[in-house]
Design a protein around this ligand. Structure first.
Ligand code: NI
Length: 394
């Protein structure tokens, strides 16, 4: 299959202003995870206006589009997430959030707009498509158990040969595209520990079982999992991120409550962590006559990029924007439910640089002043559009 690349580029140029317009509309009207009713409706109607796309709603807050070519071939999927966050926006742009306490502070408004733009370009090139391109507009990425798993269970990935997705990335400067081979993002698990001692007067510690002193040892000893129990060449994070206890200076509290996160890329290592943690918690608390409760919740699976699809995306970026555009990034310990699609088909997730000091796009994701350089949007559309044809021709 040989599609005229000039043709794709021209169509991307034509849709580029609209993509920015859609993004701004979505930014003004953010909706929280699993509540994206109006967003899904907007996406559905916009896709409908292009013509030539088979549309359905796998759930009330998600949209699936299918562009079926005239000739048979492979099926590839492109995914965008659509949800916003419970954050009060502090930016004062003319398209700032109109919904109090809700903000697109992670760039998912941009992801949705980019996929709409890609859909428009690909729908116009329908006659040249061999196979099928699926457009997955996903709800609820920010909130576990995530929308991806639900969409997979609804069959959106059935028959899909390859899946791609992207995140606009403010820590990466505009003009760069972040490519990672293999492990890219970790499995974000959560744990809850309660140390149950015996409260009493802080001047009479011998009459208490001091939950704070014991809890502190639990925290310290949990650090041994990474430093002493894990192969230094494997990646693991064990962080106690909340430690709650006590009321005042002269009372030893009876209980300490801890919450934390465990992150890794390795499935076997991940499975082994809860038992190791519990062994430590049990040992320390028992040694000091205290009791404990321990709960471990598995989160999303790690995002592991497919070698061949990553190579196709890297090649696409180099062809479209030049060699120097590619930034071979290190993996990070964040989480993404894009991994649910990768259980069904080989897939790759990339970062699209969206940071720019001159445009004040310098704040981290999930910050009330988070912003993107909107010039990143057309890069996403262009890369997706070219990559779609490239993947179908593999
Ligand atoms: Ni995000």
């Amino acid at each position: 299959m040989k599609v005229d690349t000039l043709n794709i580029n021209q169509l991307v140029d034509e849709v580029s202003n609209e993509v920015t317009k859609w993004r701004r509309y979505l930014h003004q009207h953010p909706e929280l995870s699993f509540q994206e009713t109006k967003t899904a409706q907007f996406v559905y109607e916009t896709l409908e206006s292009f013509g030539g796309i088979e549309l359905s709603k796998p759930t009330s807050t998600s949209v699936l589009g299918k562009i079926k070519g005239e000739l048979p071939g492979k099926t590839i999927a492109i995914r965008a997430d659509m949800d916003a966050l419970p954050i009060e926006e502090e930016n004062e742009s003319e398209y700032a959030s109109e919904i109090p306490g809700v903000m697109h502070a992670c760039g998912h408004d941009g992801h949705t707009a980019m996929l709409l733009g890609t859909a428009k370009v690909l729908a116009e090139l329908k006659d040249e498509i061999k196979g099928e391109i699926r457009l997955i507009f996903q709800h609820g990425e920010e909130l576990f158990p995530g929308g991806a798993e639900e969409l997979v269970s609804k069959g959106v990935m059935d028959g899909v040969d390859a899946v791609i997705g992207a995140h606009l990335w403010a820590p990466l400067e505009i003009g760069k595209i972040g490519i990672v081979y293999g492990p890219m993002m970790a499995s974000p698990d959560t744990f809850y520990i309660t140390v149950k001692g015996k409260g009493g007067h802080a001047a009479l510690p011998h009459d208490t079982i001091d939950s704070i002193a014991i809890g502190a040892q639990v925290v310290t000893n949990l650090q041994h999992i990474v430093s002493r129990n894990t192969d230094p060449l494997d990646n693991l994070v064990v962080s106690v991120s909340k430690f709650t206890a006590g009321t005042t200076h002269n009372v030893i509290p009876g209980t300490v409550e801890m919450i934390g996160t465990v992150r890794t890329f390795d499935a076997d290592l991940r499975q082994s962590v809860p038992a190791t943690m519990e062994r430590i918690v049990k040992g320390i608390t028992e040694a000091h006559g205290a009791e404990y409760e321990f709960t471990y919740d598995f989160g999303y699976r790690p995002v592991i990029n497919d070698k061949e699809i990553t190579a196709v995306l890297e090649e696409t970026v180099k062809e479209v924007y030049g060699e120097e555009t590619v930034d071979r990034m290190k993996p990070n310990m964040g989480g993404e439910d894009f991994s649910a699609y990768q259980q069904k088909a080989a897939g790759t997730f990339i970062y699209i640089g969206a940071g720019n000091k001159e445009k004040e796009a310098v704040y981290p994701h999930h910050h009330p002043r988070f912003a993107i350089d909107e010039d990143a949007l057309e890069k996403g559309v262009r890369i997706f559009s070219h990559a779609a044809f490239k993947l179908l021709s593999q």
